[in-house]
Design a protein around this ligand. Structure first.
Ligand code: NI
Length: 254
């Protein structure tokens, strides 16, 4: 079965047919989805989705682009949402220096606060890092983020960085990008990192794999990502599917 470790079904891209798309998952080999909060609204909607669908779980966290909306009060609210039975991670949290929507100082402050939250509530983290590889890694090292474990979502760093995260006890999130012809680095990482440390994710509605690149993405398309991982590793799709499903269960302690 397919495990989508990072999706955003609360996104307005699904406003027209959310129910229909999600109801079709079980018949399309999708066994489990973690809907990841990025904003305060996203956290609330992720939790709501997790209570409506048995196979959906929630992650509660505030994305670096939303650092300006953070406060002690919001942190308290996140804490309360993390205590819910179907909240399985703190995320997505991290640094985004590509868009630099919020001052880097603020991004870092709230990244650190949410790493502390993860320790307090004893949940793994879902990390967003874009063009901020060094700072993300240094902060995680300094804050002993290895103690909670987690996943580096939509991994886009170097092979050496991937190895470092694996040493820290983290999983590497692989999505649609691995199917793109020009993603040489990511294919190299998939080849080099043992399958036991890889998990699959869509980042739905974004990052649809080939042959649907540019279209709205959903968890059913992970079959193309599994096929590409299997091709790179020279394994059967079924074997890859089984192992990465177990990896994701371990990641989220399900
Ligand atoms: Ni995301």
């Amino acid at each position: 079965m397919i495990f989508d470790t990072h999706a955003h079904y609360d996104d307005e891209a699904f406003d027209g047919d959310r129910e229909e798309v999600l109801s079709s998952m079980r018949d399309n080999n999708v066994g489990c989805i973690v809907n990841v909060g990025a904003s305060l609204k996203g956290v609330k909607e992720s939790v709501a989705l997790s209570s409506r669908y048995s196979f959906i779980y929630a992650a509660a966290g505030i994305h670096p682009d939303e650092a300006g909306s953070m406060s002690g009060e919001v942190l308290e609210f996140l804490h309360s949402q993390c205590m819910l039975e179907k909240t399985v991670a703190v995320g997505e949290i991290g640094l985004d220096y590509h868009w630099d929507v919020e001052p880097r100082e603020d991004q870092q402050k709230w990244f650190i606060e949410q790493l502390h939250l993860a320790k307090e509530v004893d949940l793994p983290v879902n990390i967003h890092s874009r063009e901020a590889a060094r700072d993300t890694f240094d902060i995680m090292k300094r804050e002993h983020a290895g103690s909670t474990g987690g996943v580096i979502h939509c991994f886009s760093g170097s092979l050496e960085m991937a190895r470092e995260y694996v040493r820290m006890g983290y999983y590497i999130g692989i999505g649609g990008v691995v199917t793109f012809k020009n993603s040489r680095m990511l294919k190299q990482i998939v080849m080099d990192i043992p399958l036991e440390y890889l998990v699959t994710e869509t980042d739905s509605p974004y990052l649809a794999p080939e042959p649907f690149r540019g279209e709205r993405n959903d968890s059913r398309n992970l079959s193309y990502v599994l096929e590409e991982i299997a091709r790179i590793k020279g394994l059967t799709v079924q074997r890859v599917e089984d192992i990465v499903y177990e990896n994701a269960k371990n990641l989220y302690r399900l």
